[in-house]
Design a protein around this ligand. Sequence first.
Ligand code: NAP
Length: 491
Amino acid sequence: MAHDVIIVGAGFGGMGAAIELGKMGIDDIVILEREDDLGGTWHVNRYPGLAVDIASVTYSYSFEPNPNWSRLFAPGSELKAYASHVANKYDLRRLMRFGVEVTGATWDADAAEWEVALASGETLRTRYLITATGFLSQPKLPDIEGIEDFAGTVIHSAKWDDEADLEGRRIGVIGTGATGVQLVPELAKVAGHLTVFQRTPIWVVPKIDFAVPGPVRTMFGALPITQRAARFANSVALEALNTVGVLNYKYGHRFNDLAALLAKAHMFAQVRDRRTRAALTPGYSFGCKRPTFSNAYFPTFARSNVTLESTSIRRVLPDGIEMADGTVHEIDTLVLATGFSLWEKNFPAIEVIGRDGQSLGEFWRETRFQAYEGMAVPKFPNFFCLHSPYSYTGLSYFWTIEAQMVHLRRVFQEIERRAARTVEVTERANAEFLGTMSGRLGRSVFQLGSCEGSRSYYFDPHGEATLLRPSSVIGARRDAHTFPIDDYAFA
Ligand code: NAP
């Protein structure tokens, strides 16, 4: 017997979809989750220093404000607790199956159902399939010679080992992305010596963060409108940053120059050594890859137990790392803050075979990365991929989720109204959407900035910056409410 809906992934995206469909009275929903609990990235990531980098008033569902955030930028554990709260409040846990890895899904045209294959060998059937597998869910192990022969402890940031004893150890950390920037100051506090292996520097601006005073939290709880006002103000600021500095770089590039100047001044105030400053200064435009916020990162490099190594790595030895110039750094613990295999393993995260045997991964790789409204692809009926090309909108992921919830609601209402068996986006609508998005990218920092050498994961393997939706949050929300329903074919 087929389920009505299978959702793959019990993070905020999957939970948002389940809440929306539940409101419509669809009850036979199963949420399959690879991990042993819900929360997605906020369940998996628990490295020291983990905190959200979008203010928490905005980084949460608008319909489920949390007056209890302890800081402006809440620590990761609070996001995980918030996810649990949402699951309990909306009674989602009963829909979830944990420790279930989905390997693939195949469209059965005769039955108009998806057959979903699990790693256990079990198969499930469903009328509708929604993948909510996250953008950053497949940890990347760097392809560096000798890494498998390293004799000490290896820890990836997304598979943190709480038992690992780091006190006094000679730690090497590879990676200086948003994770590295949060992790490095924490590791430096406990390491005997810490070597930071940097391939590409990151733009780091000051982090204005503070504990939310008790009376403010009380006010947020008693008068939710005050928290909504704070959310609105912060959201407007983030929306301005994104639309000016990222999407309309053609007109707003001076803003990026200013942001770069701020980051340089921040570094100048915190790093006295000129050579260290030079090594930490990015050579690409601000905005080409996700910049980050920290007040603790730069000062770490002044510590006597920290070395910044910016020469390229030649190979990993059993007891250290050898650089291209022959220098060897002896280490006993290797921390990989090397990010995620986004395009290689996440688009899509499972093998999806649609109509006429079309493979979604092959389609994207052989043509271009594309998805109508960042959610639907021709030849994939009854399928919505929440983490698609052009889906991520604005700076807070919750904006993406909530626009997608509206989109799903409209499609499922129409399915019900027409008593349809199948729904599939038309080739025409998909092509038009792709054309619009591609056109808008022409004004963005990704096409007009100096992004060579940024190694930004915003760019897909074809060299197109298709991860982010080049539209304002307001625009994406409006599109979710107004896209012509005939962009889908119902049968
Ligand atoms: P990332 O941005 O992809 O950074 C990975 C780092 O590892 C980069 O510095 C990369 O260098 C380096 N690296 C990868 N392979 C390497 C190799 N073979 N040799 C040398 N260096 C290598 O990953 P991330 O730092 O985990 O962050 C990913 C995203 O997660 C962020 O952009 C952000 O969206 C999100 N995040 C959010 C928060 C938050 O909200 N608080 C915190 C952490 C992360 P190259 O740049 O040279 O490739």
